[in-house]
Design a binder for this molecule. Structure first.
Ligand code: N01
Length: 543
């Protein structure tokens, strides 16, 4: 076969039934399903020097998961569920990475994963019905199925600050953290960003550094995590009840092991509501937002949760100026992904922590010795960017992916990510995206969303092989209709009302403002995907 892309060094292309991009939660499980269930030849290409995806890259201080450990797990293997024991309510990054390595070893995945291999381009060759995939080292791979498990938050966003190249100190993005760690001892540190990442990192950096200045653009809600070691009784409960826990996660909106309660904020009086919020606050974690069914649907309902949290912030932060900056929140609660924290607001009571409100004094330039705002200069030895990601589409668009007739993904996603069910892009046959835009992904406990996608893709490929189909492609009309459904689902909630939301692409200059994830809930989405498969894969074209 004549490859569409040429190798740099005339090496012979390697051929596989399927190529998977990324060795995180998605890519590892997809490898297992295609290789062991369907007996296909599969290779996973991973840019990192180790497996783990998000958990390989995000090693910043305080990095841990906001989903509870027992739910942030694979549920496909009873044996694995019995074998593995988490130690804390919310696992730290090193423990999650150990878990993923344990899974990779248990299922012998590593021999089929090629590390340090970044996919740079992929072209679909219609004549051979094969994808030709190129890597940064000039290798060429040829496959029938190309499956992207690249993660939703894998392309970092570092703001362009004038003069940053003049800064003589060290600067780091939280998602490209040095493996050897960063020594903050005796240093003056600046952190830009108060999203989920910044809120995890700030308390830890404050403890380790001489002085910390937090640069906040948008004030944020945060809920106490109430992290704690898991008790022996709870671990026993988990092992005995994994089936029912899985059943709950599969039937809920966000794939967590709790249900959003089917009651309105307006069904209870003020005193009862306060008691409900107080109890949820004491319990900690994301479950707070499930206290009532209308928190994310009705602004007046949302206001009650927002007011409760703002009152808590003001109680936690002693300095009234800092408390005012931290509680001046401009968006509904949970309309941005709500962070959870370990003593985040209390950190501002430390003598070595300052807070800068970038809305009243924006950053003007970086200098050799720090950052200059419109008001003053801040001396810094280390600058930490907790400034998030070019989410959901960024990593796809960095690869040069060409489908039928030379049309690129960049062309077809010029006005926002068009696809069908977040699984396939029209004009890109045999190319699947795990937790792609248009699927619930980031609005969920992500491993549950991943398992659903991987299993759906596996069943679909199995169906093709049994029926003798060689090619599957999303229908353009079906994709356009799905885009409308994604939009309708978002607009039934308060989610699209936020100005600086990465869900909308609004954090990246020039990015189309389109609400990207499917907000109709994981349970409903799962039902839609199952019905479509049952209905002879309605909206997909087979050849
Ligand atoms: O990123 P973010 P993140 N000047 O985009 C600020 C997941 N996650 O890495 O709000 C000044 O949320 C920006 O300000 P604003 C989780 O899904 C999961 O924190 O745009 N500031 C904001 O404060 C989460 O939602 C876990 O005004 C600038 C911050 O930087 C997602 O990752 C743990 C700026 C960015 O917040 C992303 O979270 C941690 C600028 N030019 C994270 N540009 C788990 O539990 C940006 N900012 C699995």
């Amino acid at each position: 076969m004549n490859p569409v892309i040429k190798t740099q060094n005339n090496t012979v292309p390697q051929e596989f039934d399927a190529l998977v991009i990324g060795a995180g939660f998605s890519g590892m499980y997809q490898l297992l399903c295609l290789r062991d269930k369907l007996k296909m030849s599969v290779k996973v290409l991973e840019a990192g020097a180790g497996i783990g995806g998000t958990w390989y890259w995000n090693r910043y201080p305080g990095a841990r998961c906001d989903s509870e450990s027992h739910t942030y797990s694979y549920y496909f293997s009873k044996e694995l569920l019995q074998d593995w024991e988490w130690t804390e309510r919310y696992p730290q990054q090193p423990e999650i990475l150990s878990y993923l390595n344990y899974v990779a070893d248990k299922f012998n995945l590593k021999p089929d994963i090629e590390l340090n291999t970044k996919v740079t381009a992929a072209r679909y060759d219609e004549a051979s019905n094969r994808w030709h995939v190129q890597t940064d080292s000039g290798q060429l791979f040829i496959c029938q199925f190309l499956i992207a498990g690249v993660g939703c938050l894998s392309s970092t966003n570092t703001p362009q600050i004038r003069g940053l190249d003049q800064f003589k100190g060290k600067s780091y993005h939280t998602a490209q953290w040095p493996h050897e760690g960063v020594d903050f001892k005796g240093k003056h540190v600046g952190v830009i960003g108060t999203g989920s990442t910044g809120i995890q990192a700030i308390p830890v950096i404050a403890e380790q550094s001489a002085h910390l200045t937090v640069f906040q653009r948008t004030a944020n809600y945060s809920l106490p995590a109430r992290n704690a070691p898991l008790t022996t009784e709870f671990k026993k409960y988990l092992k005995e009840n994994s089936d029912s826990i899985r059943e709950i996660m599969h039937s809920t909106t966000n794939g967590h092991s709790f249900r959003i309660l089917d009651r309105s904020v307006h069904d209870v009086n003020n005193q009862e509501r306060e008691a409900i919020y107080e109890e949820a606050w004491k319990k900690g974690g994301l479950q707070f937002r499930a206290s009532f069914g209308d928190i994310l649907l009705d602004k007046s309902a949302n206001d009650t949760a927002a007011e409760f949290i703002i009152k808590k912030i003001r109680q936690s932060v002693k300095d009234p100026v800092k408390a005012a900056i931290l509680s001046d929140i401009d968006h509904p609660f949970a309309a941005k992904r709500p962070p959870i924290d370990n003593y985040y607001f209390e950190t501002y009571n430390r003598d070595n922590v300052d807070l800068v409100d970038l809305r009243s004094e924006p950053i003007e330039t970086a200098s050799a010795s720090g950052l200059k705002t419109s008001r003053t200069h801040y001396d810094l030895d280390i600058l930490v960017f907790a400034t998030g990601f070019d989410a959901m589409t960024g990593t796809f668009l960095k690869m040069d992916i060409q489908g039928l007739n030379g049309v690129t993904l960049k062309d077809i996603w010029h006005d926002g990510p068009l696809n069908y069910l977040g699984l396939q892009v029209p004009g890109f046959p045999n190319f699947f995206t795990i937790t792609g835009p248009g699927s619930p992904s980031v609005l969920c406990n992500v491993p549950v969303a991943i398992e659903q996608h991987v299993e759906w893709i596996t069943t679909c490929i199995d169906h093709m092989r049994k029926e003798g189909f060689k090619r599957i492609e999303a229908d353009t009309n079906a994709s356009n209709e799905w885009l409308i459904k994604v939009n309708e689902a978002a607009h039934a909630t308060l989610l699209p009302t936020v100005k600086h939301s990465w869900y909308l692409g609004a954090n990246i200059p020039g990015k189309p403002r389109v609400f990207m994830p499917y907000a109709g809930g994981l349970a409903r989405y799962r039902k839609i995907c199952d019905e479509i498969a049952h209905d002879q894969y309605r909206g997909f074209i087979f050849n």
